[in-house]
Design a protein around this ligand. Sequence first.
Ligand code: 13P
Ligand code: SF4
Length: 303
Amino acid sequence: WPFFAPYIKAINELKAQRGAVILAHNYQTPEIFHGVADFVGDSLQLARMAAKADADIIVQCGVHFMAETSKLLSPEKTVLIPDSRAGCSLAASITGADVRLLKQRYPGVPVVTYVNSSADVKAETDICCTSSNAVQVVESLGVDRVIFLPDEYLGKYVQTQTKVRLILWKGHCEVHERFTGAELRAYREADPSIQIIAHPECPPDVLAEADFTGSTAHMIDWVKTRRPARVVMVTECSMADNVAAESPGVTFVRPCNLCPHMKRITLPKILDSLVNMREEVLIDPAIAERARLPIERMINLRN
Ligand code: 13P
Ligand code: SF4
């Protein structure tokens, strides 16, 4: 990567000088994922890493809710995000006030919230989940009904895996909702041996076509273990670039849907973040105190 090399060198040097650690989500571009990240993973792995990272500074290369999660779990650390405008359509779909209304409507029903949500919403939550542990989290509560927020499609998928009844919200991921069952059927018709693996934020007609459904980390593991000849990863498309670099012999057939929020994070902005120590993620302490609990409950669940 000749264009990226000076940035990668400068970032890695400054990171060491500052005692910073860079956490990057699986959707970051290869020059970030392979070039500067100290740790990469799905939302659950990044949250676990933030909780135990041995560094004073965390640079979160992901979207804002991921940086907030890191700050909630490591309040004593400086958490930086290279562009605080990196949002998420799911997190934007619901507010703390919405959750308070739902709790009034369904008194006593516990609230399970996907980590793709703001600290305000987490503050109204009993326990968080990610796409890799949602079924386990829902079942851990030992109840027959939960309010499951805010991803309707993840909720519908979880509903196929558990007897616990889920009350859903109509939040959607703007990237995964664009895939269709028809486009996947067309891939399958063109090559019946093709493997289709999908993220559970996809609509039900898409998941109906999938050979495997799982979080970004579970999808990566699936490809690395199964080594299919041809695979469609039905998720944000930088992930296929990252996995392709480590999976010789596997052909990735892909519709390319990019997450515009994840793509706000770039090498120049990461460098700027380390040079100028910005943008620092700060959370109102009164909200942080309540928002931390549901994430800790999730992290402390036994695997
Ligand atoms: P994962 O937890 O599976 O990495 O998903 C996060 C996300 O934002 C998917 O769009
Ligand atoms: Fe949010 Fe979707 Fe982007 Fe993930 S891919 S951060 S769920 S908008």
